[in-house]
Design a protein around this ligand. Structure first.
Ligand SMILES: Cc1ccnnc1
Length: 292
């Protein structure tokens, strides 16, 4: 796989920083000929084998291959790649609405309709990834971006930890962000597409309550809570939450990856279905209630 060796700044005007990670920074950039705006993810290459700084070229290439396979409105797009001695620069679709994380922080928590609409889009993006046997493995509110400030459109970003999970192949790795990782990650058990479904359960819980079900005073306590599955809906923020929403979360926060709902089962769940179906669901239920 070859990347453009031209000087990035000869083709793009680099703008403000809009995101950053451990070994990467994301900046707004503008194509000098077309004036189109993009996001430039500038990844520092690991120089020496022994060095802990930077990202190995093989991992950078894995992220690029996965991004190039994606073609969905809820998944960030990649356009081209530049490489120089010290960095690889991914030219990505620009999403400028900020992180879902900040959107929740501003609003404390969301209505069930808003939360359901966001979760449905995350599920559609994940369905596209899972249809190609790709697991994101780092799903968290920071990696869900809003297309723009006042839109409900979201894009999944940051495929730095994503992996192709072949059927029956076991993939073990100690990765992800403590608060959002599934029990199999902590126990070094096989990871799978179901590992993403756990994270969707965590994100839904946070969208509805503003709090994180397993966060502890430190990483150790968080891991213990995850492995013991000590979570509940007793928080005062769940007082008005529907049973449907709690049932949805409950089908995802299961220790055994095989017993977790798949992305299709989630999309068919009444809490996610389009509202007209939900109304007929409620009508059906109300008829039954009158009947008995
Ligand atoms: C942070 C970010 C990443 C990709 N596109 N736009 C913004």
């Amino acid at each position: 796989m070859e990347f453009r060796k031209d000087k990035f700044e000869d083709f793009y005007e680099v703008g403000e920083e809009i995101g950053s990670g451990q070994f990467a920074v994301v900046k707004k950039c503008k194509h000098l000929k077309t004036n189109d705006e993009f996001a430039a993810k500038i990844i520092k290459k690991k120089r020496a084998m022994a060095s802990r700084l930077g990202v190995k070229m093989e991992d950078i290439k894995k992220e690029i291959v996965i991004l190039q396979e994606m073609d969905h409105e809820n998944v960030i797009r990649i356009y081209e790649v530049f490489e120089n001695k010290t960095h690889v620069i991914l030219v990505l679709e620009l999403v400028s609405g900020g992180e879902l994380f900040d959107f929740i922080a501003e609003k404390e928590r969301l209505s069930e309709e808003e939360a359901s609409a966001f979760v449905k889009q995350i599920l559609l993006g994940i369905k596209h990834m899972h249809s190609k046997r790709i697991a994101h493995l780092d799903l968290k509110p920071e990696n869900v971006m809003l297309l723009n400030k006042n839109s409900q459109n979201i894009k999944l970003i940051d495929f730095g930890l994503s992996r192709v999970i072949k059927q029956g192949e076991f993939h073990r790795d100690m990765i992800g962000t403590p608060e959002f990782v599934a029990p199999e990650v902590i126990n070094y058990d096989p990871l799978s597409l179901a590992t993403d479904m756990w994270s969707i359960g965590i994100i839904t819980y946070i969208l509805l309550s503003g709090c994180s079900p397993f966060s502890g005073k430190d990483q150790q306590q968080t891991y213990e809570k995850i492995c013991q599955l000590t979570y509940d809906f007793t928080s005062k923020y769940f007082e008005n939450t529907s049973d449907l929403a709690k049932e949805f979360i409950g089908m995802l926060l299961k220790r055994d990856p095989l017993s977790r709902a798949s992305v299709e089962e989630c999309l068919n769940h009444a809490w996610i279905q389009p509202s007209e179906k939900k109304q007929s669901e409620n009508r059906r239920k109300s008829v039954i209630n009158i009947g008995n």
